[in-house]
Write a protein that binds this ligand. Structure first.
Ligand code: ZN
Length: 299
């Protein structure tokens, strides 16, 4: 694997704890290149993309995982998605005016007040799963930990960091203990490992490789690391999906747009690909197949 963008699974050989590490550069830069984002949003998007890779790695499914942070405040929407092949994409909607009134160190609660964090798993086949928690922590990582707590999953700690160039994350999760271990012993192990992990500085998360970071944090522990998996920017949009989304609008509305503008143009907000349709496409568009609408801007 030559990619600078990767995630790596590891386990502590002698403890009931597993982990995931993620580092992104190229895919992160691709996300940022698609729209003009203020610095604070660039960092949050880096963290959210890392979180989507971490969660996607530990939640078993075939399909894609999406994390949405939503509010009525300066940041309206943050979305990061990761497929089971580690294809990521992300987007943010925000009020430039409201953001410009805030200082650089505005808290998450100021940026996304009374927000909600939704975690969605859309399997290739089968039912979609969605979990929602209030965005009540001081960091995205804390809010995501709240999701694990609320959904009564295994105890989980998440550490995220991003500058405008690189982003990184670490996830630790307690495994169901062996019967021959005392629960007190298991919780002591957990306490010990998470105390060590909480000493991680943001710069270490964004700059260090998985090997270096893990050996620095857990020098006394025996860690088995698995093969790293590369992460890349991938958009799911296509002309066919855009056509299906337009079909949901109904023929009359589409004819009105073509009447006024001679064509319909839809931009994918994630990758900025522009799809253009003319009157000749109308019959094909309005065939009765309706798929899920993708985020797009209609012109
Ligand atoms: Zn796209």
């Amino acid at each position: 694997m030559n990619s600078k963008d990767y995630n790596q699974r590891f386990i502590f050989e002698d403890l009931d704890i597993r982990g995931e590490f993620v580092h992104i550069e190229t895919s992160y830069q691709t996300v940022l290149s698609k729209n003009d984002y203020p610095e604070v949003i660039q960092r949050l998007l880096g963290e959210l993309v890392c979180a989507s890779v971490l969660l996607s790695s530990i939640l078993k499914y075939e399909g894609r995982l999406a994390i949405h942070a939503q509010s009525e405040g300066p940041i309206r929407l943050l979305v990061a998605e990761c497929s089971n092949t580690n294809g990521v994409r992300a987007i943010a909607h925000f009020s430039e005016e409201s953001l410009s009134k805030l200082d650089d160190n505005a808290s998450l609660n100021t940026l996304i007040p009374n927000g909600k964090l939704a975690i969605m798993i859309q399997p290739t086949s089968g039912k979609q799963y969605q979990g929602i928690v209030p965005l009540s922590g001081n960091t995205l990582a804390e809010c995501l930990e709240g999701y694990f707590e609320q959904s009564e999953q295994l105890p989980t700690r998440i550490y995220l960091a991003a500058d405008q160039h690189k982003a990184g994350g670490l996830l630790l999760q307690q495994l169901p203990g062996n019967n021959d271990r005392l629960s007190e012993e298991v919780s002591n192990q957990w306490e010990h490992i998470t105390t060590l992990a909480s000493t991680t500085r943001s710069q270490e998360l964004t700059e260090l490789s998985a090997d270096t970071l893990l050996s620095r944090l857990f020098a006394e522990e025996t860690i088995r690391a698995f093969e790293p998996q590369s992460v890349s920017f991938q958009c799911r949009c296509s002309r066919e999906k855009t056509r299906s989304a337009l079909a949901a609008m109904g023929r009359h509305e589409l004819e009105d747009i073509i009447e006024k503008k001679t064509y319909i143009s839809v931009d994918c907000q994630f990758c900025t690909t522009r799809y253009r349709f003319t009157r000749d496409d109308l019959d094909h568009i309005c065939m009765p197949t309706v798929n899920k609408c993708q985020a797009g801007t209609l012109h």
